[in-house]
Design a protein around this ligand. Structure first.
Ligand code: 5GP
Length: 346
């Protein structure tokens, strides 16, 4: 047994210290980033805030709004091919989409996710991204599956996760991933930390994973735990190349979920509710690691997106970052009393 004595921090444990800045207006901030990815060698430009592949978030309706801001959506893996067909025929831009698959293919012969992802990529080869998403990407089987997908698709941009430690960032990049999705337990409807006692506070985890990825030419997504635009900025300041959002984008008209009495259902993809919706059988070994909540219907998603982008722009002007890419270089964080920060940020 070993204890890491360094205290690890969450977003609520830090604030940016403001700095003299030559930026005169929020408009001067360059929010787009151009990436060249390590394994696929592809170049891609976007505003690097993305929608999570969750029910109610990774929907075609959300994607249609985000694409107008050059933001990506990882499409939830449960759409049928006909639904893809319809959405693509109705204005969905393939450029800002990722397909998503789990790894059931390696255990179950008749696994649907990877087969469906492959069919989507075959029909619409302009989709450049494949996300291989599992709750716990520390299995050797998982790393081997990433290598297999890389063999199948040498020139797609592969997103792999979730993990939250540097050695696993390196391992997955060696196996062929371009972007590593980082976060174990920070999600708004995640209960992994209480169910299992496992996790790393997200701000420190992101810092350490970014450091590992950038050392070997990889990139990371800070996935989960952002409750405010300020948290999104802190993730970028910590070194995240992309920030993935679930709860902050949930509860809108575009969730495609049940909206009743002004409430929108939102649940973790490992919750009992998700298992009920998608017909996953509980085999007696698995406890739910997600919860279900009812959110107030927040109306159209566009104003929320504008508010998030506006918050990040504003952070950049406070710290003198001309580009979103410069945020880590310009960031000095102060550790704060967690409780006070929570009061001010609510
Ligand atoms: P949020 O932005 O809501 O804080 O976090 C979103 C992230 O939570 C997702 O992108 C995903 O990584 C994670 N997540 C989604 N559903 C579940 C779940 O049921 N259990 C756990 N442990 N994490 C989840």
């Amino acid at each position: 047994m070993r204890i890491i004595e360094d205290v690890k921090l969450d977003y609520a444990d830090v604030l940016f210290q403001p700095k003299r800045s030559k930026l005169e207006s929020r408009r001067d901030v360059e929010m787009l980033r151009t990436f060249t990815f390590h394994n696929s060698d592809r170049t891609f430009q976007c505003l690097p805030i993305m929608a999570s592949n969750m029910d109610g978030v990774g929907t075609f309706s959300v994607a249609k709004v985000l694409q107008q801001h050059k933001m990506m959506t990882v499409i939830r893996k449960h759409y049928k091919i006909e639904e893809w067909q319809n959405a693509i025929g109705n204005g969905l831009n393939l450029k800002y989409l990722s397909v998503c698959t789990g790894t059931a293919a390696i255990w179950k012969k008749d696994a649907e996710d990877y087969a469906l992802a492959k069919e989507v990529l075959e029909r619409w080869p302009d989709i450049k991204f494949i996300t291989i998403d599992v709750a716990n990407a520390y299995h050797q089987n998982y790393a081997d599956f990433v290598a297999r997908v890389r063999d199948d698709y040498p020139d797609k941009i592969i997103i792999a996760g979730n993990i939250i430690t540097p050695e696993m960032v390196e391992e997955l990049i060696i196996k062929g991933a371009d972007i590593i999705k980082c976060g174990i337990g920070p999600g708004s409807v995640c209960i992994t930390r209480t169910m299992t006692g496992v996790g790393v506070p997200q701000f420190s985890g992101v810092m350490e994973c970014a450091d590992a990825a950038h050392g070997v030419g990889g990139h990371i997504i800070a996935d989960g735990g952002c409750n405010t635009p300020g948290d999104v900025s802190k993730a970028f300041g910590a070194g995240a190349d992309f920030v993935m959002l679930g709860g902050m984008l949930a509860g809108h008209d575009e969730s495609e979920g049940k909206i009743e009495d002004g409430k929108v259902e939102f649940y973790g993809m490992a919750s009992d509710r998700a298992m009920e919706v998608h017909g996953a059988r509980k085999d007696g070994y698995r406890g739910a690691e997600g919860k279900s909540v009812l959110l107030d219907n927040r109306g159209p998603i566009e104003p929320t997106v504008i508010e998030i982008i506006g918050g990040v722009r504003s952070t950049c002007t406070y710290i003198g970052a001309r580009r979103i890419k410069d945020m880590p270089k310009c960031a000095t964080f102060v550790k704060v009393n967690n409780t006070i920060n929570k009061v001010y940020s609510s």
